[in-house]
Design a protein around this ligand. Structure first.
Ligand SMILES: Nc1ncnc2c1ncn2[C@@H]1O[C@H](COP(=O)(O)OS(=O)(=O)O)[C@@H](OP(=O)(O)O)[C@H]1O
Ligand SMILES: Nc1ncnc2c1ncn2[C@@H]1O[C@H](COP(=O)(O)OP(=O)(O)O)[C@@H](O)[C@H]1O
Length: 208
């Protein structure tokens, strides 16, 4: 699918209230926390845990979950590489709007291809795209198999399943990597704590 602009004679209209004013109102800085990893790695769980913690602290956050968005905005897309690329492109653009609105936008999608994630990063101002690699081994995800999809993929009933017969390209330079310690997965709340600490350190949770 082409991402080249097809419309001509269009002009950007500047609005009177800008990002800085909205950030001051919300007492936080807009950013995108982009959680990537295999199906079953715990992306949605982590996103929800971070979202709850931020809400409890009085920060405004919004979750863009790949699975959920495929029920609406992206319901015309499948899992071929070009469909995944368009899926990630659209979510990247929406995430950019949320960050521009001053929110902490938490996007959780497999987003298996490095090039697609890097293109989303390039949409955001420096440091406000925070890539979190939820690095859970395939065996752990497959053992969890919360939706029974790995079983179907192993039986050949789903083709092109990430980690089985479609690639996952791990980030090379992500802001955070969360993994098992001595074979034990940190609890969702411990993982969320790591993300919140990062946001705090970088000043996203306070007035600009
Ligand atoms: N072929 C194939 N490969 C991977 N995943 C598949 C596939 N088919 C369906 N599913 C289900 O779709 C969810 C992933 O959607 P995403 O939008 O995050 O995928 S992607 O970023 O476009 O790759 C993913 O959800 P999560 O388990 O939450 O990651 C799966 O439940
Ligand atoms: N930190 C964790 N420790 C143990 N189990 C987890 C953890 N995070 C998620 N899970 C479990 O793993 C399964 C997949 O989690 P989910 O958040 O749906 O993953 P994803 O969104 O990456 O597909 C769920 O059954 C969930 O309860």
């Amino acid at each position: 699918m082409s991402t080249l602009a097809k419309s001509a004679n269009i002009f950007w209209h500047e609005c009177p209230v800008g990002k800085l004013e909205r950030q001051k109102l919300l007492k936080q800085k807009g950013c995108v926390v982009w959680i990537t990893g295999l199906s079953g790695a715990g992306k949605s769980t982590l996103a929800c845990s971070v979202g709850r913690e931020l809400h409890n602290r009085g920060n405004l956050a919004y979750i863009l979950d790949g699975d959920n968005l495929r029920h609406g905005l992206n319901k015309d897309l499948g899992f071929k590489p070009e469909d995944r690329a368009e899926n990630i492109r659209r979510v990247g653009e929406v995430a950019k709007l949320f960050a521009e609105a001053g929110l902490i936008c938490i996007a959780c999608l497999i987003s298996p291809y490095r090039r697609d994630r890097d293109a989303c990063r390039a949409l955001l101002p420096d440091e406000s795209f925070i890539e979190v690699f939820l690095n859970m081994p395939l065996e752990v995800c497959e053992q969890r198999d919360a939706k029974g999809l790995y079983k179907l993929a192993r039986e050949g009933k789903i083709k092109g399943f990430t980690g089985i017969d479609d690639p996952y390209e791990p980030p090379l330079n992500c802001e955070m990597e969360i993994q098992q310690n001595d074979g034990i997965c940190p609890t969702p709340s411990a993982m969320a704590g790591q993300v919140i600490s990062y946001l705090e350190e970088k000043g996203f949770l306070q007035e600009p």
